[in-house]
Design a binder for this molecule. Structure first.
Ligand code: 13P
Length: 259
């Protein structure tokens, strides 16, 4: 794969944390101070909705959105509202949304299209549940697992070629999330090649190569650089480690130094 020159993207998914706006402000304030001047990395903090206004100058992202822009959907937040709040990105399709909120590939596709329509960039999460698709030589392979392919095809259904570069695909194997058991750099590289291959079949090679592929799942300051260098990830989607400002800043710096 040729060397790609755009900025590495580091997305912090805070999930349902921290417990107060004060802590959220401190966390984002520290990150902001410490990463100032690191020009070739793009950092997006995705706090819970009530803390969006405390994230400040760093790029903002949300963790989910509804598929309509307004209306009688009690408890929901629309992509248009997120855009108005200054969000640039929204995470769609996280496995926790599927597990706890019943999101299906169809709902994910509606959200992707609604987010793009509102002018947001999408961080689309895909990933298999278990690591059990082995070839005859015992090598684990994405090619044998229909799940990833289905998720990609489902999410991109009806998305125009001119819009696919506004989707960033985050390869987040469910077995690696919050387990302390990350994928290997080889897994990440093969996922990236696989994702781009499916997209080039759906669209074309030139456009598919513009779609950034992130890795997420048990990343930390010690292992992040290797996913970029050896796994050729275009960035990371970070969960637990993004809640510790020192750890997260170290991750950002190690990516900065290695990209
Ligand atoms: P962890 O980094 O805590 O494994 O979470 C990954 C994740 O789910 C990010 O969206």
């Amino acid at each position: 794969m040729k060397n790609e020159t755009y900025k590495k993207l580091i997305v912090a998914n805070w999930k349902m944390n921290p417990s107060s706006a004060k802590e959220a402000e401190e966390l984002s304030g520290t990150v902001q101070r410490e990463v100032r001047g690191l020009k070739n990395v793009e950092i997006v903090l995705c706090p819970p909705f009530p803390y969006l206004s405390v994230v400040g100058a760093l790029a903002k992202g949300a963790q989910s959105c509804h598929w309509e822009q307004k209306g009688a959907y009690t408890g929901a937040v629309s992509p248009a509202m997120l855009k108005d709040m200054g969000c640039e990105y929204v995470i769609v399709g996280h496995s926790e949304r599927k597990q706890y909120f019943g999101e299906t590939d169809e709902i994910i596709n509606k959200k992707v299209k609604a987010a793009l329509k509102a002018g947001l960039k999408v961080v689309l999460c895909i990933g298999e549940d278990t690591r059990d698709s082995f070839d005859s030589k015992g090598h684990w392979t994405h090619e044998l697992d229909p799940k990833l392919k289905e998720q990609i095809i489902g999410a991109f259904e009806g998305v125009k070629k001119s819009n696919i570069q506004n989707i960033v695909v985050a390869y987040e194997p469910v077995w690696a999330i919050g387990t302390g058991n990350p994928a290997t750099p080889d897994d990440v590289l093969s996922a990236k090649i696989f994702i781009r291959k499916i997209l080039s079949n759906l669209y074309d090679r030139k456009e598919a190569d513009k779609v950034r592929v992130l890795y997420g799942g048990s990343t930390n300051k010690k292992n992040s650089a290797v996913f970029i260098k050896e796994g050729q990830a275009d960035g990371l989607l970070v969960g637990g480690a993004s809640l510790d400002s020192d750890e997260f800043v170290e991750m950002v710096k190690s990516i900065y130094e290695n990209s």
